[in-house]
Design a binder for this molecule. Structure first.
Ligand code: ZN
Ligand code: ZN
Ligand code: ZN
Length: 555
């Protein structure tokens, strides 16, 4: 009898499980509906050095198909910020795609001091791989220093490597870090006498035929032409005068004024590299990205692909001419046209409403301090040599030698911890003593120690940003912050790197499949982007993502 009831019970369980298995899929959306709901292609666009106010300042000059199309059809996060220091290109691109900050992803600068090998390293440099497409060393690159995954990586894992990921940028780091560890390819531009799109053996042993064909078209050559303003320069009322003392300009041309004969100037400005500091660098990037979509069949089937495109020319133009220049205004007007062309291409190939785009930046930029000073805004230039001299004298009198400091980079002081031990000193005491000394120096605004960063929890202000940028294994012992609008830089052009609003406030636009129409002034942060795209795709978040999915942008 007992066996009989057991048998009945087992049969009952078996049947109910069986019936559950057959009925479950019908309860919700069918799997095919789920996959139809995903975009065929996600395009991430990073505009290098794009401040939020470029969207509003140049608004009257933009057409309907570029930035304004994204705003009109999509979602505009108007209070979007970087939530860490330092705001550089390598950390910026990494944070957008990994959904976290240098504290976790490990890219603490473009170049940073490696405490283990005691050398400066480049964020995307990798001597274990070779260049592909050039004999120069410019291809010896990979994402190996990035310690966490990107949403592209998670999409690759989710789709059993069937969804492709490709990264494209004039800058190696702008292509490599967004594309992630599992990318099919990353391509970047090698200027000088070559003007070629290249890659590394991390991805492939030979360039695909379509890249070779593109390189053979001499498209890059065709942009070595005259650069004049797209519209009559007298209508460029949103920027300063063309001729002023705040701009760098090109070698071989006395004044930084339009027009620029790029062909003639290229000889004294590193050949094809001159394109990087003109809007044509962005046009060339768009041309190449469209070719990649066609040749790699991106967005062709239901399995989501990821294309990471970074427009880097904006950064070079900003560094050279400054955020208030006519050159910057023209560069954004022309980028708007390139975006329009790019979106129209996506409509035609992937299909309207079948792809999703986000657009953001890797950092903002400060107005040229010499310009700000001329209009009475507190600003200026940090004298690093003066600081170093004082500091070395202090180290000698206090510790008997300068050798206790191993490296100073990215406004961080790295101590030789073995030497600290050998001298019988307490590490925390040394950190604090140095921090107090530094705080007395000109234009030093704030100073924190590694111990403070590791033992206190900050949830507001600059301290929170510093902590999000602080990586225990990679960051220095003492961290400095310069006065607002004071930069260690030349007297012309703009730069970035701080935690001030001019460097942290950047656009965040979403549009396309699965995106609502709307706008918000609620604060969003860069690490929110990757979890939002992951949520849209229904895939795992990048493994160390700290951001949150922006539910209000998803339809
Ligand atoms: Zn950048
Ligand atoms: Zn100018
Ligand atoms: Zn830059």
């Amino acid at each position: 009898m007992k066996n009989f009831f057991t048998l009945i019970a087992i049969l009952f369980l078996f049947c109910s499980c069986g019936s559950q298995n057959t009925t479950l899929p019908n309860k919700g959306k069918s799997p095919s509906m789920e996959s139809n709901a995903r975009p065929k292609l996600v395009v991430g666009i990073v505009v290098d050095q794009m401040r939020y106010d470029y969207l509003t300042r140049f608004d009257s000059k933009f057409g309907d198909g570029g930035f304004k199309r994204m705003i009109r059809e999509g979602f505009n996060c108007k209070n979007n910020h970087f939530n860490y220091v330092p705001t550089y290109t390598g950390p910026g691109h990494t944070s957008v795609y990994t959904g976290t900050t240098p504290k976790y992803h490990g890219i603490i600068g473009n170049n940073f001091y490696d405490k283990e090998i005691k050398e400066m390293v480049y964020c995307a440099g990798d001597d274990s791989v070779e260049s592909v497409g050039t004999a120069h060393n410019a291809g010896k690159m990979s994402p190996h220093r990035m310690q966490t995954t990107t949403f592209g990586d998670e999409n690759r894992l989710f789709t059993q490597m069937r969804g492709k990921t490709i990264g494209i940028s004039l800058k190696d780091r702008g292509a490599i870090l967004p594309a992630g560890h599992t990318a099919n390819a990353a391509y970047w531009f090698h200027g000088l006498d070559e003007g070629l799109w290249i890659s590394s053996t991390f991805y492939m042993n030979d360039l695909p035929q379509w890249v070779k064909d593109f390189n053979a078209t001499e498209k890059a050559e065709s942009y070595l032409k005259e650069w004049n303003t797209l519209y009559d320069i007298s209508t460029y009322t949103e920027s300063g005068t063309d001729e002023n003392t705040f701009e760098g300009g090109f070698t071989g041309k006395e004044k930084a004024t339009f027009p620029y004969d790029l062909k003639a100037l290229s000889k004294d400005n590193r050949g094809f590299d001159i394109l990087k500091a003109t809007p044509y660098g962005n046009s060339l990037t768009a041309d190449f990205a469209m070719e990649a979509i066609k040749a790699e069949n991106l967005g062709e089937d239901e399995i989501t692909d990821v294309l990471a495109v970074s427009f880097s020319a904006t950064d070079y133009v900003g560094h050279n001419f400054g955020v208030n220049s006519k050159e910057i205004e023209d560069t954004y007007i022309r980028l708007d046209k390139d975006l329009e062309r790019f979106f129209e291409y996506l409509d035609a190939t992937v299909g309207k409403g079948e792809y999703t785009v986000f657009l953001t930046a890797d950092h903002g930029a400060v107005d040229v301090p010499s310009y700000l000073t001329s209009v009475k805004v507190p600003s200026g230039y940090v004298d690093r040599n003066d600081r170093k001299e004082k500091f070395n004298a202090f180290l000698k009198t206090t510790y008997g030698s300068e050798g206790i400091v191993e490296n100073i980079s990215n406004d961080q002081i790295f101590l030789d911890r073995d030497k600290v031990k050998d001298l019988g000193l307490n590490l925390i005491d040394v950190q604090n003593t140095i921090a107090m000394e530094q705080l007395g120096y000109k234009n030093v605004y704030k100073v924190y120690t590694a111990t403070t960063m590791s033992t206190s929890g900050f949830s507001t202000g600059l301290e929170e940003l510093l902590q999000n940028g602080f990586n225990q294994k990679r960051s220095g012992d003492v961290i400095l912050v310069n006065d607002p609008s004071f930069i260690p830089y030349g007297r012309t052009g703009s730069t970035h790197g701080s935690g001030q609003n001019y460097d942290t406030h950047v656009p965040l636009l979403f549009f396309g499949k699965g995106i609502k129409h709307g706008e918000t002034f609620d604060k969003t942060v860069i690490p929110d982007i990757a979890p939002t795209i992951s949520a849209l795709l229904g895939i795992s978040f990048p493994n160390s993502a700290t951001g949150r999915p922006l539910g209000f942008v998803i339809d």
